[in-house]
Design a protein around this ligand. Structure first.
Ligand code: ADP
Ligand code: ADP
Length: 239
């Protein structure tokens, strides 16, 4: 079953920079896909077209069998609810507690007046606790975000994304600022969510080593073009 389908996608930024050039590929549901490539290759652009943070210039993208390029209003919010995203910089509210940060994940797409004011139901709080358990952060629930290590902050960001019940998680260089130990914790969390919950995961990485360790499949970008696409079994160990 195809979860994401790119069909001859081009993305040219307003200043004329080519972001993506004639990209076609499909991602089956439940795949752990790693995107590799040098800085500026288009990895971040690729991820951001999947939740429509960036509009494409031509071609088509389908998510769950539905073209997303003309979505508006409620349908666009539904797409963004289905597609969680985490970033290199975590984007937590530093002076808020871990719990508050995770709860904020249920505000983004369907805000109620209570949630906007920071009031959450018992059920939401239980869901937040369950999400934190998924990333082994339940015992840090009342700590302030800025008291956590980088790896722990990224795991809280993953828990926040889980509040959306996403079918897809996009991770844009999630471990770029982390040390090897915390890197492993974050990658293990993503892999566990992929395997346990069946979430389709796409991760942008610099490290080919990590890509080989975690991916079901690796695609490579160079200057906005798809230049490599292999299942992990075909990925050789030489450079
Ligand atoms: P990567 O994630 O692989 O480092 P990006 O997707 O960030 O690559 O960038 C791909 C190309 O698009 C680069 O040449 C970059 O400078 C350019 N680019 C990225 N974002 C923008 C933007 N908002 N406006 C113009 N050019 C951009
Ligand atoms: P990790 O367990 O993710 O590898 P570290 O080894 O960096 O985290 O940190 C070990 C402990 O120190 C953690 O319990 C973390 O909460 C705490 N810690 C890390 N950075 C800070 C900080 N800036 N302020 C307070 N506590 C911190």
């Amino acid at each position: 079953e195809t979860m994401i389908k790119f069909d001859q996608v081009n993305k040219i930024y307003e200043n004329g920079t080519v972001g993506l050039k004639d990209i076609s590929f499909e991602v089956p549901r439940g795949e752990f896909l790693v995107v590799v490539g040098l800085s500026g290759a288009g990895k971040s652009t690729l991820l951001r077209t999947i939740n429509r943070m960036h509009a494409i210039t031509s071609g088509n993208i389908e998510v769950n069998g539905q073209s997303i390029i003309h979505l508006k209003g409620k349908a666009l919010r539904e797409l963004r609810q289905q597609v969680g995203m985490i970033f290199q910089s975590f984007n937590l509210v530093k002076r808020s507690s871990v719990l508050r940060n995770v709860l904020s994940g249920c505000v983004s797409y369907y805000p109620t007046w209570k949630s906007v004011c920071g009031l959450f139901s018992k059920k939401d709080q239980q869901r937040a606790y369950a999400a934190l358990k998924q990333v082994s952060m339940a015992e840090k629930i009342y700590m302030r975000a800025d008291e956590l290590s980088g790896g722990q902050q990224q795991r809280v960001a993953i828990a926040r994304t889980l509040m959306q019940n996403p079918q897809i998680i996009l991770a844009d260089e999630p471990i770029a600022s982390l040390d090897p130990v915390t890197t492993k914790a974050v990658m293990d969390d993503l892999k566990r969510l992929n395997q346990k919950l069946g979430i389709t995961v796409i991760v942008n990485l610099h490290s080919v080593e990590l890509a080989r360790e975690y991916a079901d499949r690796i695609i490579g970008l160079r200057a906005g073009q798809l230049v490599y696409d292999e299942p992990i079994a075909n990925v050789t160990t030489e450079a």
